[in-house]
Design a protein around this ligand. Structure first.
Ligand code: 5GP
Ligand code: ZN
Length: 113
C-alpha cells in the first residue's frame, strides 16, 4: 500500500543512522547533508506535509519540536540552528512524508533561496 521511503525507514526496511526514536517520532541523519549537522525529524504516522496538519494530528508536531530542542542541546548547537520544512513541489519537497530538516554547525543566510 505504501511506497513512502520514510515509512520504510520507520519500518526498518531501509537502514538509517538514528539520532533519536520513540513511539511517535524518529530522527535520523540526512543521506545528503547540507550542513555539518543535518538531521531529519519525522512523525511515525504518515502525514504528507505541513499542509496536512490538523487538530487530529498536530500533537506530534509539538512533540517533534521538543525533540529538536533536546537534540540541539545534546549536540551543542548553542550558537543557533535552522529548522526547515519544505511543502510541495515549488518548495522542493522531494519526499512526501512530513519532515523537519534540523541544520546546524555553520552559519545560514536569510532569506533562504
Ligand atoms: P525534501 O527535499 O523533501 O525537503 O527533503 C528530503 C530529504 O531526504 C533530502 O534532504 C534527502 O537527502 C533525504 N533523503 C532522501 N532519501 C533518503 C534516505 O533514504 N535516507 C536518508 N537518511 N535521507 C534521505
Ligand atoms: Zn510515509
Amino acid at each position: 500500500m505504501n511506497d513512502c521511503i520514510f515509512c520504510k525507514i520507520i519500518a526498518g526496511e531501509i537502514p538509517s543512522k538514528k539520532a533519536y526514536e520513540d513511539d511517535t517520532v524518529l530522527a535520523f541523519y540526512d543521506l545528503s547533508p547540507q550542513a555539518p549537522v543535518h538531521i531529519l525529524v519525522i512523525p511515525k504516522a504518515h502525514i504528507t506535509s505541513a499542509a496536512d496538519i490538523t487538530g487530529d494530528n498536530s500533537a506530534v508536531v509539538a512533540h517533534i519540536f521538543e525533540v529538536i530542542a533536546s537534540l540541539t542541546k545534546q549536540l551543542g548547537l548553542n550558537d543557533g540552528f535552522r529548522v526547515v520544512t519544505n511543502i510541495g513541489d515549488s518548495a522542493g519537497q522531494s519526499v512526501k512524508h512530513l519532515h523537519y530538516h534540523l541544520l546546524g554547525g555553520r552559519d545560514f543566510t536569510w532569506p533562504p533561496g
